[in-house]
Design a protein around this ligand. Sequence first.
Ligand code: NAD
Length: 480
Amino acid sequence: MTGHFINGALVPSTGATNIEVRSPAFGELIATVPDATPDDVDRAVAAARASFQAKSWRGKDSSEKELILWRLADLIERHKDELARLESMENGKTLREALRADVNPGIDAIRYYAGWVRRIYGETIPVDGPFLNYTLREPVGVVGAIVPWNYPTCIATWKFAPALACGCSVVLKPSELTPLTALKIAELASEAGIPNGVFNVVTGYGHTAGEALARHMDVDKISFTGSIRTARSLLKASAESNLKRLSLELGGKNPNIIFPDADLEAAAQSAFSGIFSNKGEVCSSGSRLLVHKDIHDRFLDRLVDRAKKMKVGNPLDPETEMGSQISRQQMDRILGYIQSGIAEGAHLACGGGRDTEGDKAKGYFINPTIFSGVQPHMKIAQEEIFGPVLAVIPFSGVDEAIEIANGTIYGLVSAVWTSDIKTAHRVAAGIQAGSVWINTYNGFDSASPFGGYKQSGYGRDLGSYALEQYTNVKSVWVAL
Ligand code: NAD
């Protein structure tokens, strides 16, 4: 049994409800964590507020803050195998993915924001009249970071690293399904020299711990990654409490568009990993594959051949390419979408069911699934499935591709494959999405902003843009 990490120490909950963290691949119990009560959340927020008021972190010299963040990144790096194993066990993703796509980018994000600590400053503005006018960029205060289960380490760092770089204090609430790495990182943060109360973690469900944080009168900002449904309740919580500011990183139904003049080998490989990496539980997965009708059949064959050979199984086995879905609920949801695709008349080209071979019967494995002949209005082309299910949609021209690409409520990421520079830029300009990848997929870098258009959310993680979320700008006027 663990506890919450509050004011520099692991402390027991004031409540009696516990959450069992189980491996989705094997079903075994990994740990038990408490479900935070409102009192627990209060204690964490009070610790964060006290540290903020005392300026124990934000008052430190910038060079020292930078060093401490570097030390934290180094400590995480030293423990990266342990963290990746925890991720793989609690999430069901392969160990390789846990290290490469979750823990390693998290380390990089902390180093990137360590580099920002000494570069967050205001400007002098040439206003009219006998005045000196300058701006200060001040930390917003206490930040609540609410994160999902699909990239528990990486997404947490996307929140707390810029928040700490700006001088804020943080209360992190990981998903109830994947709480363990956050607790370990909090411990390492303390060891790195982050003062007590500056970095706290409360574990618990969304409707308990998350809601208490979102409604807390002394939280200044919530940085959120997760579903649209939760985003709506956060907006309501903010409106009904202290109007705390929000940044929202939500889902996607991302178009990956293939023109006949593209490097089709590279495009196929990328389309494949774009949908099946992390078992499709990726906000930026290329879940809608728009293929030009002239190459449609051969491109599809290539993908189907590859998908049928994919090795699904034990996430800890280095040979495994795809692990287990996160939970029974998520697996059932995905299987429900597969049934809806069949019912609406899409053609099931491969997969389509649960994989229960051998030991896999204990977990929530799904065969890589590809639908062809998908119409843009179908449910499997409109809604985020968050699983290894690809919807292949044929198209004929650039304008039609852009129209289909923009025809959902989402606007997170997109990609276009072509050797024609005009087509590439027309599509990039026409698509409503926070990222456009040209002849590549899933380009991420700590320095490059990431976030959505439309109902994929607002605000940006990563890059210098994220710093806006954690600072207030103060305009100072001096009469000369
Ligand atoms: P979710 O919204 O169910 O949960 C996310 C977090 O919010 C969890 O910590 C959860 O406990 C908490 N939560 C749930 N209800 C809450 C409430 N009422 N008040 C406060 N907190 C609450 O999402 P999920 O199922 O964990 O993650 C999957 C979703 O996240 C998908 O839609 C996916 O696209 C999205 N996602 C987006 C990005 C991005 O960067 N845009 C990245 C990863 C995942």
